[in-house]
Each structure stands twice: as structure tokens, then as C-alpha cells.
Design a protein around this ligand. Structure first.
Ligand code: C2E
Ligand code: CA
Ligand code: CA
Ligand code: CA
Length: 278
């Protein structure tokens, strides 16, 4: 891992391993401490139902509130988490925090789906469906409120294993969403035979819509394809009102992006809910 200077002058971890030994050990120790010392924090970004204009859910996005380096973004530390074999532990923490928050909001009469990002390595856990069911039940949460966002690379390695894992997860009543849809290397064939509820079209298709008609054409046809397969379509990276209204016109189901809100701590999102309701 190398240190990279950021705009804030802090140094963050990069997922390259051209340093070894003591440095790496030190980072690993910091990360282990972060997990036990509760330094991971969740930010939440709202998702809007484009049919009604209402907030229908949130995506939970992890940050590391580092004691000296400040708030680190996922790109700064997820590589380290993965390489050090701590992804299982991190996913457990993320699920617990996100479901605690979902239970709080549900208790306040605010029913929102909670989407959690799952790395391929976390999905391989054979007792994951039971663990998730138990976590939902202990909080009195309906499984339908939990969405797992998975990437296509999980489907690439072993289709049969992926099918069996996703089938068991979906049988618990939770929903499966394909994240970064359109950016992976897998074929579209899996859409025919895997249990999937939702496609999340990557922001690299949505952001260029404003000046590239071909990006727009891909968005339109992907929405139509999703709907013809009975899948819900979510657009991420909605940054301007033009994209927002175009997506409504194209029949897209849900939008998420900086136009509505950046990912923010729960308390800040509650302020945003309040101003939106005015
Ligand atoms: P992702 O799942 O594709 O999440 C969307 C990313 O796009 C987030 O970056 C979000 O802040 C950003 N984004 C949202 N709206 C817009 C927009 O309108 N324009 C642009 N340009 N960007 C937007 P973030 O939070 O830095 O997360 C980066 C990635 O880290 C995520 O990509 C996800 O793959 C991973 N990640 C985040 N949290 C977790 C987690 O708890 N577990 C795992 N395994 N991965 C996570
Ligand atoms: Ca995601
Ligand atoms: Ca994405
Ligand atoms: Ca991503």
C-alpha cells in the first residue's frame, strides 16, 4: 500500500501493494482496530420512486472515520479490507448498522428499503441467508425491506454456485439487485436464469446522457429490456434535472444521485426528509 496525498492533505490507502513489511502490518493493525473500535460509519443516499416522486429507499455506503486521517471513502480502504481477509467482518458490521438504522426509521413510521452492497467474497458465506434472516427477525423487520446489491463479477466465476446462493437468499424474502449493470464482462444470459429482482444501471451510462445520444439510446433500451424481463430498473448517477425528467419519460422506476442528495449520515438525511416534505 502506498500513501497518496489527497486534496485535504491527508494520506489515504491505495489498493496497490508496492510497499511491504512494517507499513502493511501497521495498516492492517489500524484496520483491525477500526473494526473493533467502531470506526466504520454508514452514510445513506436516498432513492426516489419516479412514479410517485416519493423517497422509497436508501443505499448504505460505508466510510472509515479514521482517528487521524479523517473520513476515508470506500475506494481508499476496501482493497485493504478485501486483501486482509476482513471483508466478512466488515460486511457483518455494515449489515448490523444498516439494519439498526432501518429498524429506527421503521419505528418512526418511515418505511424505506435498505440497500447494502455485498462483495463477492461475502456472498460465498454459506450461512449468510440464515444470518440475514436472524438479523431481520431480531429487529422485527420485513425481509422485503432489504436489498442486496451485488456486482456481475460474482456471477462470472461459478454460475451454478451463484444460482444456489442467490436462490437461497431470495427465498428468505429479501431482494437481489445487480449493481453497476452494464459495466461487467458477464453475458446477459444470466438474466434469464438467475433469481434477480432489480437492475441498477451504472452511472457511466446516466451521466453522459446529457451530451451523448447513444448513451441515452442504451439507457432507453436497457429499461425496456429490464421491464420485459419483469425486473425493476434503478438509475444511479442522476446529477441533473434533465436526466431526472428524461428517466421518468423512459419509464425508469427509481432514481438515485447527487441531484437529490449525496450520501450523508442518517441525521443529515432526516433533515433532508423534513425539508423535502415542506
Ligand atoms: P456503488 O455501489 O456503485 O455506489 C455508488 C457510488 O456512486 C457511491 O460512491 C456514491 O457516492 C456515488 N454516487 C452516488 N450518486 C452519484 C452521482 O450522482 N454522481 C456520481 N458521480 N457519483 C454518485 P462511494 O460511496 O464512494 O462508494 C464507492 C463504492 O464502494 C460503491 O460503489 C461500492 O461498490 C463500494 N461500497 C460502498 N459501501 C460498501 C459496503 O458497505 N460494502 C461493500 N462491499 N462495498 C461498498
Ligand atoms: Ca451499490
Ligand atoms: Ca454502481
Ligand atoms: Ca461500484
Amino acid at each position: 500500500y502506498t500513501a497518496k496525498a489527497t486534496h485535504s492533505g491527508h494520506h489515504v490507502y491505495r489498493g496497490t501493494d508496492d510497499t511491504h513489511g512494517e507499513d502493511r502490518l501497521h495498516l492492517l493493525e489500524e484496520l483491525r482496530l477500526a473494526l473493533v473500535d467502531d470506526q466504520l460509519v454508514m452514510h445513506y443516499q436516498p432513492k426516489i420512486d419516479l412514479k410517485t416522486g416519493d423517497v422509497c429507499g436508501v443505499e448504505a455506503l460505508v466510510r472509515w472515520n479514521h482517528p487521524t486521517r479523517g473520513l476515508l471513502q470506500p475506494d481508499d480502504f476496501l482493497g485493504l479490507v478485501e486483501e486482509s481477509g476482513l471483508m466478512h467482518a466488515m460486511t457483518e458490521i455494515v449489515l448490523r448498522k444498516a439494519l439498526d438504522q432501518a429498524a429506527t426509521w421503521t419505528g418512526q413510521g418511515r418505511t424505506l428499503t435498505m440497500a447494502v452492497n455485498m462483495s463477492p467474497s461475502s456472498l460465498i458465506d454459506t450461512v449468510l441467508p440464515e444470518r440475514i434472516s436472524a438479523m431481520l427477525a431480531s429487529r422485527g423487520l420485513s425481509p422485503a425491506l432489504l436489498v442486496l446489491e451485488i456486482t456481475e463479477d460474482f456471477l462470472l466465476s461459478d454460475r451454478e454456485r451463484a444460482r444456489s446462493i442467490l436462490t437461497r437468499l431470495q427465498a428468505t424474502g429479501i431482494r437481489i439487485s445487480i449493481d453497476d449493470f452494464g459495466t461487467g464482462y458477464s453475458s446477459l444470459a444470466y438474466l434469464r436464469d438467475l433469481p434477480i429482482d432489480e437492475l441498477k444501471l451504472d452511472k457511466s451510462f446516466i451521466i453522459p446522457m446529457k451530451d451523448d445520444p447513444r448513451a441515452t439510446a442504451l439507457v432507453v433500451s436497457t429499461i425496456d429490456m429490464a421491464h420485459s424481463l419483469g425486473l425493476r430498473m434503478v438509475a444511479e448517477g442522476v446529477e441533473d434535472t434533465t436526466a431526472y425528467s428524461e428517466l421518468i419519460g423512459f419509464g425508469c422506476d427509481v432514481a438515485q444521485g447527487f441531484l437529490m442528495s449525496h450520501p450523508v449520515p442518517a441525521a443529515e438525511l432526516e433533515d433532508w426528509f423534513a425539508t423535502r416534505a415542506l
